[in-house]
Structure formats: structure tokens, C-alpha cells
Write a protein that binds this ligand. Structure first.
Ligand SMILES: C[S@@+](CC[C@H](N)C(=O)[O-])C[C@H]1O[C@@H](n2cnc3c(N)ncnc32)[C@H](O)[C@@H]1O
Length: 417
């Protein structure tokens, strides 16, 4: 078998066969998260070989599987009506996500596949009523992965499948939590022709129509284990490339984000360094200011010491002055005492003087009285003598002797005085 394939003429023909082209198409939807990347080459191949008239996907999220189907339709120019059904809110297995997922996918989808495809934002049960029975050639079930949910989805949509109908189930090889596709898949394999891919969480291909496409019918009828393994390995190998590329893109995105973060951090660090530089400069200015303040303190200390010395000198001077003042005060007190003594003496002297004056007055009065008396006596004596003389010599008195006493002549009075 291997030897045949390696024959020169055949190997080139096989390598360049157009039929193989879908296996090597580059996915259009690279760069978004999905567990479906490893099945993209099979999706391309399946659409190419089936050329379905109607294609429906239940569970689209970021649109990796759906875009693979649509990309094949687009590249091959098929007359396929495509519909993707999802609430675009998420579920308990895929997790809940935001409005941006639908908005971004719609932009991508409408630009590329809007002419033959539509996104139906509905539940699977709501959407089923918009499809006629027996109208769907290819159905991909990738909603909630519990046993009950996947069984319900299959049972609800089975009537819509055409005679050529093929149903794909993702996650047939996940055995974790309440994932139950594997179990339901086991039951379905008993009822319909099928092929199971193990890689990429498992993809089940179920030929539910009685007139399945030749290629799909052929795939589902391969029983030789070596061929089954070869088919699985080859699809797994070429599918892995897109998973790796997706991871690489994710890592690149993560690296870009980190580089952006690093650049932002570098800017922050540069900003902080600048701030530190400014603060160091500010600190140096403050240090200089502190030195200046210290210097002025030192100058003031010196001034204070100088003033202290002056103050001490003034205090000493003050003490001397105080001593002098006390001495003077004492001298003044002594003088005042002496003045009091002198005043007392003056008062005594004044009293004595007054007494003396009084006695002088008295003596003078006595003397005056005595003098007056003496003068009277003299006068009387003189008058007596004048009278006697007038009597004796009346001519000298200018009067006749009448015996009347007259005043002596003035010169006599004076002479007697
Ligand atoms: C695993 S994701 C689909 C992955 C997608 N096929 C891909 O290529 O990556 C499951 C999606 O099914 C949707 N879903 C689950 N149950 C649903 C329901 N009953 N009706 C509508 N959408 C549902 C969720 O919103 C989620 O986006």
C-alpha cells in the first residue's frame, strides 16, 4: 500500500489533486477562541464533498466552525443556504459572554458571507419552526453538551433533516462534568452510519439520511481499522496546525498585550524616574535651604551670645547703679532726717524767736510806756518849771501872767528830749 503511493507518477498527481485543496485552505476566522480549530479542515472537506443545499449550525459563539462551513461555500461558489442559530449569550458550559461577541462576529460574517448566510439570534427551539421538515442537508449540533440537551436538540431537529442529511456532533470525546454527548453519541452510533474523530474533543459524523452523500457514506462505511486510523491521524495532523496557529496568535496577542503593558510600565517607570529626579533635586534644594537656615541659626546664636554678654554687662552695670542708687537713697534719707532735725530746730528757733519778738514787743511797750511816762513826767516837770518861769518871767512866755499853764516853747521840748 505504502509502496504504491510512493510511485513517482502517482505521488505528484495525488499531491496536486484539486480534491485535496479544501484540506489545506487557510481558515478565515483565525484569531478567536474556540475548541473547534482542529476540525476546520474536515469542515472544508465535508462541505466540498457534500455541497449541501441547506446548512444549519446550532451553537455558533465566535463562529469558528460556522465560518469554516461558510468559507467552503464561498470558495466553491456553492448554492448553499446557511443559518447559524445562537442566543449569543453563552451557556453553562461555554460560559456567559458579552454583546461584543455577537457584534464582532456579525461584522465579520456580514462582510464575507452575508449573501448566502444569516445569523439567527434565537434559541434552538425557537429557530426550528423556521425550517421546513426534510429541508436541512447538513446540521451541526454544538450547543449545551449535557446528555439531555444534546438529545433534545437532535430529536427536535431530526425531522428537518433531508434524505441526504448529515448531522455533526462536537465534543463526543469529552468525559468530564455533566458533558453527555459521548453517551448519546454511543446510542446514535447504534442507529445510524457514523464516523468518529477522536481529536479536538471528538467530532461525530452521523449519516441520518437514507441517501447520504457518496463521500460521507464512504467515510461512514470504512471499517478497516488502519484506514480509520489514517483518516483520523491525517485530519488530526492538519487540524492541529490551526489549533497551533490559533494558540500562536493568542500567545502573540498576549505577548503584544504584555509588551504594551511593559511599554506602559516603562513609561510609568520613566515618569517615576523623572519624578524621583525632581524630588531628588527638590530634596537638594531643601537641604540647601536647611543649611542656610542652620547658617542663619548659627549667626543668630553668635548674635544671641553677643547680646547675652552685653546683657550681662548691662546687668552688672545695673547692679552697680542699683548699689549707687541704694547708697544715694540712704544719703537722701539721712539728709531728710537731718532736714527734719533742722526743721525741728528751725521750728524751735522760730518759737523762741516769736517768744523773743513777743517779749521784745512787751519790753518795747514797757519801754514806750516808761518813756511816755518819763516824757510826761518831763513834760509835766517842764511845764511846771515853765509856769514857774512864766510866772517869773511872763514876757518870755508872751502872755500875761494869769496863772494858766501854757506849753513850753518848742526848742525847750526838743532840748529836753
Ligand atoms: C460551545 S459553543 C459553540 C462553539 C462554536 N461552534 C465554535 O465553533 O466555537 C455553544 C453555544 O451554544 C449556544 N447555546 C447553547 N444552548 C443554546 C440554545 N438552547 N439556544 C441557542 N443557543 C444556545 C451558546 O450561547 C453558545 O454560544
Amino acid at each position: 500500500m505504502e509502496e504504491n503511493l510512493l510511485r513517482k507518477d502517482l505521488s505528484i498527481d495525488v499531491l496536486t489533486a484539486k480534491e485535496l485543496s479544501p484540506l489545506f485552505w487557510r481558515p478565515a476566522r483565525l484569531g478567536v477562541v474556540s475548541a473547534w480549530w482542529e476540525h476546520v479542515p474536515f469542515a472544508h472537506w465535508l462541505v466540498a464533498v457534500m455541497q449541501p443545499r441547506s446548512l444549519v449550525e446550532l451553537g455558533t459563539h465566535n463562529g469558528v466552525s460556522y465560518s469554516a462551513f461558510c468559507e467552503a461555500v464561498s470558495r466553491l461558489g456553492l448554492d448553499t443556504h446557511c443559518h447559524a442559530v445562537d442566543t449569543w449569550h453563552g451557556d453553562e458550559h461555554a460560559g456567559l459572554y458579552g454583546e461584543n461577541v455577537y457584534a464582532e462576529l456579525k461584522r465579520f460574517h456580514d462582510a464575507r458571507y452575508g449573501s448566502f448566510s444569516a445569523l439567527l439570534r434565537l434559541t434552538f427551539d425557537e429557530a426550528v419552526n423556521y425550517f421546513a421538515d426534510g429541508s436541512v442537508d447538513l446540521l451541526h449540533i454544538d450547543g449545551l453538551h449535557s446528555y439531555d440537551a444534546v438529545r433534545h436538540d437532535f430529536d427536535t431537529w431530526l425531522p428537518k433533516m433531508s434524505e441526504r442529511g448529515v448531522v455533526l456532533f462536537h465534543d463526543v470525546n469529552v468525559r468530564a462534568g455533566d458533558f453527555g454527548v459521548w453517551k448519546f453519541w454511543g446510542e446514535l452510533q447504534e442507529r445510524y452510519p457514523s464516523f468518529t474523530f477522536i481529536h479536538g474533543y471528538g467530532l461525530g459524523v452521523l449519516a441520518v439520511g437514507s441517501a447520504a452523500d457518496d463521500a460521507v457514506g464512504h467515510l461512514c462505511s470504512v471499517s478497516d481499522l488502519a484506514r480509520v486510523s489514517a483518516i483520523r491521524e491525517r485530519f488530526a495532523l492538519i487540524g492541529e496546525r490551526w489549533n497551533l496557529e490559533y494558540r500562536d496568535l493568542e500567545r502573540t496577542k498576549e505577548l503584544n498585550k504584555r509588551e504594551q503593558t511593559i511599554a506602559t510600565l516603562d513609561e510609568d517607570v520613566a515618569g517615576l524616574r523623572h519624578q524621583i529626579g525632581q524630588q531628588v533635586e527638590h530634596a537638594a534644594q531643601l537641604e540647601r535651604a536647611v543649611e542656610e537656615v542652620k547658617e542663619s541659626h548659627r549667626a543668630r546664636d553668635i548674635q544671641i551670645q553677643h547680646q547675652d554678654r552685653e546683657l550681662n554687662a548691662l546687668r552688672a552695670q545695673n547692679a552697680d547703679l542699683e548699689t549707687a542708687r541704694v547708697t544715694l537713697h540712704k544719703g537722701v534719707q539721712d539728709q531728710l532726717q537731718r532736714a527734719d532735725v533742722l526743721t525741728a530746730q528751725i521750728e524751735e528757733l522760730s518759737a523762741s524767736r516769736a517768744e523773743l519778738i513777743a517779749s521784745n514787743h512787751a519790753l518795747r511797750a514797757k519801754l514806750d510806756a516808761t518813756r511816755e511816762a518819763d516824757a510826761e513826767r518831763i513834760r509835766l516837770g517842764f511845764a511846771d518849771r515853765h509856769q514857774e518861769r512864766c510866772l517869773e518871767e511872763p514876757h518870755r512866755c508872751g502872755q500875761k501872767s494869769s496863772g494858766v499853764r501854757s506849753e513850753p516853747p518848742e526848742e525847750e521840748q526838743k532840748g529836753s528830749a
